[in-house]
Design a protein around this ligand. Structure first.
Ligand code: C2E
Ligand code: MG
Ligand code: MG
Length: 711
């Protein structure tokens, strides 16, 4: 704003003089020109209006009394046109009313004729100063208005809620964003307390925050709050609320300290944070706690058990057959199965227990505050029982069993690692015994079984170094007690781990596909050994080999298999391949075609472990199957009267379908006798000894016949 006395450059102002008296006009012009003012003259009201229309003048010296259009007319014109030219009325014989009228019409000042030149110049100077001030004011106001408009646009278009609170925490102002984000009408909020908008669980936090924010030295500038929606159809949203108190009296409204604030919608961020958090501690597929959370919980439970002198149990639950299901039916089915297994397991546990998906098909369970070892075994039994019913996934019925290892604190370890490791060891022992049950860890179980990676590396070398060999298990004619066939079972002489059974390495071999080489090796070796020994008096002895689904599913399986058979010249009708039910379930025309080709070549086909998978007899009827091998878990129910009927049913139905039957897992004479009474034609099991080298079996063959003859 210019100072009142700041000099005005005469060259920069434009002055118009209007008078009907040419003499006066001339003398005024002369006077002002000498002072350096550029001046234009108008000889009368009409000329003045014309000049004013033409361009802008800062100052007009206007004679009031002029013929035709007089001074008042000119003033009225100026008012109507909204001109900002300042007017000084110069009047000779005009009355006081005339002058007053002129001032009313917008004149700024007046000068009475005759005047002293000095008086005129002072009036002109004053008027110009006034005009300069007015102009400066106007510019300032325009600038202010512009900046206010700008601020309004910014505030109203801000992506954040912008608000002003009074010292009583009631809204004085809030922008329209509050309606878009929360559904509150702006006017409804005015005079309402900000706390009405805060969700109850954040109320205390909000009160503390706004109290301290209004203090002279606030130390927290922002806070995260959940705010209530204005309509029930909307969901709550999360905001980062920041405030600035206006302790400055310029900002204060009627002396009241205001609080300016913004609230930024951070709902998306919060939700993704929550998701990331959940993800960090949960398995997304089953939504169960993951390994990390499980470890945390076990840690906490151990410290609690230490203080209170109580026990806790860690259970390691490993599903059986999951891998085969996953491979043959696809990952989508596998995933859904895992989800359902998770739900069933969850239904078996109490509130304080933690069930987690440890990885793959492994689950772990923490049971804190354990009353006794038996309590943990009971939970494990309950879990196994809950898994017995088939899982209906799509239109499939799937069966999965589990092996469970239990480690009890403090006996099986006093730290997290030891407990998990030992539960795993116990589970592994249970699984490698071929059973699907529960085992509690005891120190005599020894160390950890070899882990996948080591096995995988070792297995490649083992194939080159010939570390595998075959043992045979006799298949015995139930009537005569004679060995009519043998099943080839692979073993691994591991250089450091000792003799390993298939349960310990076949899962890894299948995962790495090394099983293809293993199965071909078994086939060749077994045929060679059979040929060597059958020449020695057992020309009719049949050979059964196990084939992994991984091998059968290969495109070149049939050519490759028949190729080996052709090379060796082994009679196909003495060879039986054992496949699993799960392979059949993949039900591709491809598999059926392959099996048909094998059958056409004379090879016998057996379904191994029948009853543990999910095929039905009617289904098998459509396939080229010669033999059913009843799984040992059914054979073992023989002595339990209520359950033995499953074996009866399988045998009579298989007979109806003209299939050969081999009952596996015959361990006792009672088993054998029962099966003989049912006319099950063939049996296999530890009753005839552990799997052994072929020559040993052949040397002792005579022994088999003996027991069957005595009742
Ligand atoms: P499987 O084909 O059902 O073989 C029978 C398994 O039951 C053998 O276990 C055998 O030792 C065991 N067994 C036999 N009689 C009894 C008994 O009376 N009671 C009990 N509790 N168990 C008995 P093994 O040798 O550990 O083989 C396990 C599985 O590994 C086999 O089950 C078979 O599926 C697989 N397998 C073995 N050799 C090969 C192979 O060369 N290739 C493939 N792909 N799989 C093989
Ligand atoms: Mg078998
Ligand atoms: Mg079997």
């Amino acid at each position: 704003m210019p100072e009142r006395d700041a000099p005005i450059d005469p060259q920069s102002v434009k002055i118009l003089i209007a008078d009907d008296d040419p003499g006066l006009l001339e003398s005024l012009r002369g006077l002002l020109t000498i002072q350096g003012y550029p001046v234009r003259t108008a000889a009368g009201g009409g000329a003045a209006i014309e000049a004013l229309r033409e361009k802008h003048y800062d100052l007009l010296l206007l004679d009031l009394t002029m013929p035709e259009l007089n001074g008042l007319d000119v003033l009225r014109f100026m008012q109507a046109a909204g001109l900002e030219t300042l007017t000084v009325v110069v009047s000779g014989n005009s009355t006081v009313e005339d002058v007053a009228g002129a001032l009313r019409e917008g004149a700024h000042d007046y000068l009475k004729k005759p005047y002293e030149p000095a008086e005129l110049l002072a009036t002109v100077r004053n008027a110009l100063h006034h005009k300069a001030l007015e102009d400066a004011n106007r510019t300032m106001r325009a600038r202010l208005e512009k900046s206010e408009r700008l601020h309004r646009v910014i505030v109203n278009n801000s992506p954040d809620i912008v608000f002003v609170l009074g010292a009583d925490h009631r809204f004085r102002f809030v922008n329209s964003r509050v309606h878009e984000l929360l559904g509150h009408a702006r006017r409804d909020l005015i005079d309402r307390s900000v706390f009405d908008l805060v969700e109850p669980e954040d109320r205390d936090k909000a009160e503390y925050f706004f109290e301290q924010a209004a203090s002279p030295h606030p130390h927290i500038r922002s806070v995260e709050l959940a705010l209530k929606p204005g309509t029930p159809s909307r969901t709550r949203r999360f905001f980062e609320v920041a405030v600035w108190p206006s302790s400055n009296s310029d900002d204060a409204d009627n002396g009241e300290t205001l609080i300016y604030g913004t609230a930024r919608d951070i709902t998306d961020r919060k939700e993704s944070e929550a998701f990331i958090n959940f993800q960090a501690y949960h398995d997304l597929l089953t939504r169960l706690p993951n390994r990390a959370l499980f470890r945390d919980r076990v840690d906490v439970a151990i410290s609690h058990a230490q203080r209170s002198g109580t026990q806790l149990a860690v259970l390691f639950i490993d599903l059986n057959r999951f891998k085969v299901i996953n491979d043959s039916l696809g990952h989508t089915m596998g995933d859904r199965l895992l989800q359902e297994v998770g739900q069933r397991l969850q239904a078996c546990i109490r509130k304080g227990d933690t069930l987690s998906r440890f990885g793959g098909d492994e689950f772990t369970l923490l049971i804190p505050g354990l009353a006794s070892n038996e309590a943990a075994i009971q939970v494990a039994d309950k879990i196994l029982e809950s898994l017995q019913a088939p899982f209906k996934i799509g239109d499939q019925e799937l069966f999965v069993g589990a092996s469970i290892g239990i480690a009890i604190y403090p006996d099986a370890g006093d730290n997290l690692e030891a407990l998990i490791k030992n539960a795993d060891i116990a589970m592994y022992r249970e699984k490698s015994s071929g059973k699907t049950g529960v085992r509690v860890y005891s120190p005599d179980m020894g160390g950890h079984p070899p882990r996948r990676l080591q096995l995988e590396q070792d297995m490649r070398r083992a194939l080159e170094r010939d570390e595998f060999h075959i043992l045979y298990q006799p298949q015995v004619d139930t009537e005569t007690g004679h060995m009519v066939g043998v099943e080839a079972l692979i073993r691994w002489d591991h250089p450091t781990l000792g003799l390993l059974g298939p349960a310990e390495f076949i899962p890894v071999a299948e995962e790495t596909r090394l099983i293809v080489d293993l199965d071909r090796l078994t086939l060749r070796t077994a045929i060679r050994e059979m040929q060597r020994h059958s020449r020695a008096g057992y020309p009719e002895l049949r050979l059964a080999v196990n084939l992994s689904p991984v091998l059968v599913e290969r495109d070149d399986f049939v050519e490759d298999f028949l190729g080996i058979l052709g090379e060796t010249g082994f009679p196909p009708d003495l060879l039986e391949v054992e496949i699993t039910e799960n392979l059949l379930m993949s039900d591709t025309p491809d598999t059926v075609h392959k099996l048909n080709r094998l059958g056409a070549a004379g090879v016998q086909i057996a379904v191994d472990d029948f009853g543990t998978g999910y095929s039905s007899l009617s289904y098998l009827q459509k396939l080229p199957i010669h033999t059913l091998k009843i799984d040992r878990s059914f054979t073992h129910t023989i002595c339990r009267e209520d359950e033995a009927c499953i074996v009866n049913a399988i045998i009579s139905m298989a007979r109806g379908l003209h299939m050969n039957i081999v009952a596996e897992g015959v361990e006792t004479e009672a088993h054998r006798d029962y099966l003989r009474d049912l006319e099950c034609p063939m049996i296999q099991g530890f009753l005839f000894g552990q799997p052994a080298p072929l020559h040993t079996l052949l040397e002792n063959e005579a022994l088999f016949a003996a027991p069957t003859t005595c009742q």
